[in-house]
Design a protein around this ligand. Structure first.
Ligand SMILES: [Zn+2]
Length: 575
């Protein structure tokens, strides 16, 4: 059912005047002019009631017309801005359902190593960052690639060589491994006798001394000692990240793991009308909860945050739970052991605490947003949701993010359990990391099931799209291309990797629009191009549905609108 059919009364209140309906409805005698008319090209509405259109009119930030070019003429007045879609494509603004807006922006403001492809490049870059910030108490940054270092193990000695005098700490690009120098380890009192924390591993040398590589929860042992960023730095990071999102046509973001300290800056920006995207938040759940008895207090904290940090474009819809780590670091939880390893990988939280927390969140109406990489993590998460459904059949939709491995027996559980598959399409090809760090650790049988996007689509799972930026690029078009081709955007054309897992273009477009809106609980407001909805729109310079799939990533955003206000426009010189 389209939005306005359902709630026509509030549509009329929102715009102040009765709305025109579809193209073929009777035209009223007088139509108030629109502020904005987009016309003359393809429109992907994501609305089953009006699947095809060539024109849209916007008034007071709301869509007042969707239909053909002849019908939109009546909305054009002397002050109306009219844009031609031409050979491009207009869509609802994209939803990025898993992105690290605040933390990613902060990390990149520090020392961004994501472009450094050798050990020497990384260490030279860190030396330069240290030189440029002589008064900083710590030298910090993120983004180093696991594949740059043998066995994904950088050493404290490598870091000591360029930062001998101050603590230095750098998170990897995937956010799962920390790298500390000797000063930072000493300050955090991480020594040969420090036990591995739940959900983490301190890599050690033959004498059990920490090598400087800290997996998952172990990284927090050091990171928590680093000085906190100021409110102003956090706000600047959020604004920068959202501007980047707007440049990719993104109008709604789900910040996937937000610590409490980052919420006040978000609310300040919302009150200053400076959030140029709708922001939903997954509040970070304390992964160190010792036992089930600690769950009620943690739930009360999350509920307090939901009340306290609610704004016009800001709301906490979810809470972030970590089920496991990463395959590359052998911290993903598997059903069967790693190749050549004795263990199956740890779970990030204790399984009983994880389930109790998820059930408690569900009962309170809070979505669980679960980081799930390995097949045991997925099963543990689905089992926890099943327990929640048994206790409370009408609880909210939940979501599992990443889903690198899902056991075939679990794929059909997503749809009936109302668990969305939050997928990172950009990851679904056979890159160097997959070949060198993943396949040898999981063996050929499991490697032939990596990223089961097509299987989940066929099983009826709700797919939503996320970038996991700043882990990987925020550009939805690159992610869409990889998901439909199973080839890297920079790889030459060729056969799809695991072709049964290809997804359709329309499935990806829906994942990034209406499905994201549904999951982020503003489906009535955005996510499709329908009369009465807010005018969150993106105009591309190419029609994705009329070009070869391998060209999708070459399309560029021409305009992005939020509530009918332009938040991004390509420079005129852009193609
Ligand atoms: Zn993430």
């Amino acid at each position: 059912m389209s939005y306005c059919k359902a709630v026509i009364a509030s549509c009329m209140v929102a715009s102040g005047t009765p709305l025109a309906t579809a193209a073929h409805a009777q035209a009223p005698a007088f139509v108030e002019p629109a502020q904005l008319v987009l016309r003359g090209g393809a429109v992907f509405t994501a609305d089953a009631e009006t699947p095809a259109a060539t024109a849209v009119a916007v008034r007071a930030g709301r869509i007042v017309y969707v239909g053909d070019d002849a019908g939109v003429d009546q909305f054009v007045g002397s002050d109306t801005r009219t844009l031609e879609i031409g050979d491009g494509l207009m869509l609802p603004g994209f939803h990025d359902s898993h992105v690290h807006i605040a933390a990613g922006g902060l990390g990149l403001a520090a020392c961004d190593l994501s472009g450094d492809e050798t050990v020497e490049a990384v260490t030279n870059h860190i030396a330069a960052c240290a030189r440029d910030n002589p008064s900083a108490a710590w030298v910090r940054g993120r983004g180093w690639q696991l594949g740059v270092f043998p066995d994904a193990r950088p050493t404290r000695q490598q870091l000591d060589a360029v930062v001998p005098d101050r603590p230095a700490f750098f998170m990897s690009a995937d956010g799962h491994t920390g790298w500390a120098n000797s000063r930072a380890l000493a300050l955090a009192e991480v020594t040969a006798t420090t036990p591995d924390p739940q959900g983490g591993r301190i890599e050690r040398d033959a004498a059990r001394e920490p090598t400087g590589t800290l997996r998952d929860a172990a990284a927090m042992l050091v990171a928590r000692h680093a000085p906190a960023p100021s409110n102003a730095e956090i706000k600047a990071a959020i604004v920068r990240s959202i501007a980047l999102a707007n440049s990719f046509g993104i109008t709604s973001v789900h910040d996937a793991n937000v610590a409490e300290a980052l919420l006040a800056p978000y609310l300040e920006l919302d009150r200053e009308n400076a959030l140029h995207a709708r922001v939903t938040i997954a509040a970070q759940v304390d992964a160190t909860l010792p036992d089930v008895a600690a769950v009620p207090a943690e739930l009360a904290r999350i509920e307090r945050l939901r009340e306290q940090y609610r704004g016009t474009r800001l709301k906490i819809t979810a809470a972030k739970l970590g089920a496991d780590g990463a395959l590359e670091a052998q911290t993903a939880a598997l059903l069967e052991p790693y190749v050549g390893g004795a263990d199956n990988g740890p779970t990030f939280m204790k399984p009983d605490v994880f389930e109790a927390m998820l059930v408690a969140l569900d009962r309170a109406g809070v979505q669980a947003h679960v980081h799930s990489i390995g097949d045991r993590a997925a099963r543990m998460s689905l089992d926890a949701v099943a327990a929640a459904r048994a206790a409370n059949p009408n609880g909210p939709m939940h979501q599992l993010a990443h889903l690198q491995l899902v056991h075939p027996a679990d794929i059909a559980r997503f749809e009936p359990l109302r668990v969305a598959a939050n997928i990172q399409g950009l990851w679904a090809y056979r890159d160097e990391e997959t070949i060198e760090l993943v396949e040898p650790k999981i063996g050929p049988e499991r490697a032939a099931r990596l990223y089961p996007l097509g299987s989940m689509m066929r099983a009826g799972a709700t797919l939503v799209g996320g970038s996991d930026w700043s882990v990987t690029s925020m550009n939805p078009l690159a992610a869409i291309e990889v998901a439909v081709t199973r080839r890297g955007a920079r790889q030459p054309a060729g056969p799809a990797w695991l072709p049964q897992e290809v997804v359709t273009l329309d499935a990806m477009l829906l994942a990034y629009t209406i499905n994201g809106a549904r999951l982020q609980l503003h489906e009535d407001e955005v996510g499709s191009i329908a009369v009465g909805k807010a005018a969150d729109l993106v105009v591309l310079n190419r029609n994705l549905r009329a070009i070869p799939a391998v060209d999708i990533n070459t399309a560029r955003v021409r305009y992005t609108f939020v509530d009918g206000v332009e938040v991004y426009a390509a420079r005129p010189s852009a193609p």
